[in-house]
Design a protein around this ligand. Structure first.
Ligand code: G3P
Length: 219
């Protein structure tokens, strides 16, 4: 499974990129607003740090404008993935930008038929929003399972990757992986927290204590 980080904070992206475990980055207008940075500048900077796909979202609702915005964003760097919303205009823009050879991430997906349409429109990624479905009492993970089943039924023609988004917890990551999502885009704090287990910390402390008693060194 690939790990993307869902943020526009450069320090977090740099830190996670240095682990060698980061495959890409997703942003959205809310994250750009939170960063307080200029959109184009921040996407350019992220693309210089992370060689994998970096999602940059269009800010209009009409296909023609989305296409123009997408083409401008795609010029920032080769790894820019243009993010469009799951509307008819977004799907039209997805088809046009994909035909240009630009990777497109179709976002705000809340049901399996939407995901099927995005695949038909040539999306490189479909972003089902797990957390926001859970927020309203539905089951985000069930959506991942449904999309996986549909995409697998048409594996000869569908190349779209399932990018589990709106992830809020370590369990969301685990269950997305179990359900067959290709990618999880994870907030920095959740991503950093995945390594944590109290028994790992306790075990390491005990090993280090016993090692010290041997009086040996490796180097
Ligand atoms: O980038 C889209 C997505 O991950 C949003 O997450 O937590 O705002 O629902 P959230």
């Amino acid at each position: 499974m690939k790990f993307f980080v869902d943020t526009a904070e450069i320090d977090d992206i740099r830190e996670l990129s240095e682990t060698g475990l980061l495959d890409g980055v997703t942003t959205n207008p809310s994250l750009i607003h939170k960063s307080g940075r200029n959109f184009i500048d921040v996407i350019q900077e992220i693309c210089e740090i992370v060689p994998g796909p970096v999602s940059a979202e269009v800010a209009s609702v009409e296909a023609e404008t989305m296409i123009a915005e997408g083409r401008k964003l795609a010029q920032i760097a080769e790894n820019v993935t243009v993010k469009v919303p799951l509307t008819w205009d977004g799907l039209k823009a997805c088809r046009a930008l994909s035909n240009d050879g630009t990777m497109v991430n179709v976002t705000l997906c809340f049901n399996a038929n939407q995901a099927l349409l995005a695949a038909k429109a040539g999306a490189a990624f479909i972003s089902p929003f797990i957390g926001r479905l859970d927020d309203i009492g539905l089951d985000g993970m069930e959506l991942i399972q449904e999309i996986r089943a549909i995409y697998d039924n048409f594996a000869d023609t569908i190349e779209t990757e399932i990018l589990a988004a709106s992830i809020r917890s370590a369990n969301h990551v685990k269950f997305s992986a179990m359900a067959g999502a290709d990618v999880a885009t994870v907030p920095p704090a959740v991503l950093k927290g995945l390594v944590k287990h109290p028994l790992t910390d306790a075990g390491l402390a005990s090993f280090l204590k016993d090692w010290e008693k041997t009086g040996q060194t490796i180097l």
